[in-house]
Ligand binder design. Structure first.
Ligand SMILES: [Zn+2]
Length: 284
């Protein structure tokens, strides 16, 4: 290709990429998310990751990096598109991390499943109808995920694991994040079961605000199973009590402080994976 065409191509690519701004994404989020002002979203300064959803929406992230980070923590919201409050809480916590990151390199992905979130009505699965939280490559995925879906969920379309693990750009993106960012902790925010779940090799947090630990079990292809049990990355799963409303600002602040206190006591950069543990798969 002649040089001038290469140059035009590069400039066009740059212009397309830069057209994805946090302001345009915030228009979408502002229209959908409870307790999220335009200012809160725009102050978060989300950046396009370069990866897009099935329908071409940018997967946005924000890194907050202090001068001397001790830990790396990945916070993920709206893996399920109809759990609106999970994205809102991620944005509120992002603001708190901006104010005081406390030696932690935070990476926020407030909306992992923008297609599910923006669909009307919103839905749990992504645009291919895949439950992203069943699409991670856990042991014996082919046999277990399919059988679980068919027998235990009776082919619930909200919980379809997909044809193969990591078939979806959104789950593949998160998988790549675990490999490249190597978080010491993953915080995965969901709703509406009102509990705290945990998978991993360290002492779990007993409570975040009014959410109490209740380890309900793991599922074939879930993030807790893949990250927490198979790869010994502590996964804190926050199940908010309501998918349409956030906890109060005070409660979100208390949850944040509890998370920080648990990290301070239990997570060190030296935490290394122990042998993967298998828990029984329970319903839940
Ligand atoms: Zn969920």
């Amino acid at each position: 290709m002649p040089f001038r065409f290469q140059l035009v191509f590069i400039i066009a690519t740059f212009l397309i990429a830069s057209s994805v701004t946090y302001a345009s994404v915030c228009d979408d989020f502002y229209s959908r998310l409870p307790n999220v002002s335009r200012t809160l979203c725009e102050t978060a300064q989300l950046q396009p990751s370069g990866t897009r959803s099935v329908q071409g929406r940018p997967l946005m992230l924000r890194d907050i990096t202090p001068v001397l980070p001790r830990l790396r923590v990945l916070v993920v919201g709206a893996m399920h598109g109809d759990e609106f409050s999970s994205a809102s809480v991620a944005l509120h916590w992002l603001k708190l991390a901006q104010i005081n990151p406390e030696q932690t390199h935070w990476r926020f992905i407030p909306v992992l499943n923008p297609d599910g979130l923006m669909r009307r009505p919103a839905r749990r699965a992504n645009a291919h109808g895949v439950d992203l939280n069943r699409n991670f490559p856990t042991f014996n995925w082919q046999r277990e995920a399919r059988a679980y879906w068919e027998q235990r969920t009776r082919k619930d379309p909200r919980r379809w694991p997909g044809k193969v693990p990591l078939s979806e750009p959104e789950s593949k993106y998160l998988f790549d994040q675990l490999a490249s960012f190597k978080p010491h902790v993953i915080v995965s925010i969901h709703a509406p079961y009102g509990v705290l779940d945990f998978d991993g090799p360290v002492m779990p947090p007993t409570q975040l605000g009014r959410l109490y630990l209740n380890q309900v079990g793991v599922f074939p292809g879930s993030l807790g199973n893949y990250g927490g049990l198979q790869n010994a990355m502590p996964v804190v799963t926050v199940e908010l009590p309501n998918a349409l409303r956030t906890p109060s600002d005070t409660e979100m602040l208390t949850m944040w402080h509890d998370l920080r206190m648990w990290m301070d006591k239990n997570i060190t950069p030296a935490v290394r994976p122990i042998a993967p543990v298998r828990r029984n798969q329970l319903d839940g």
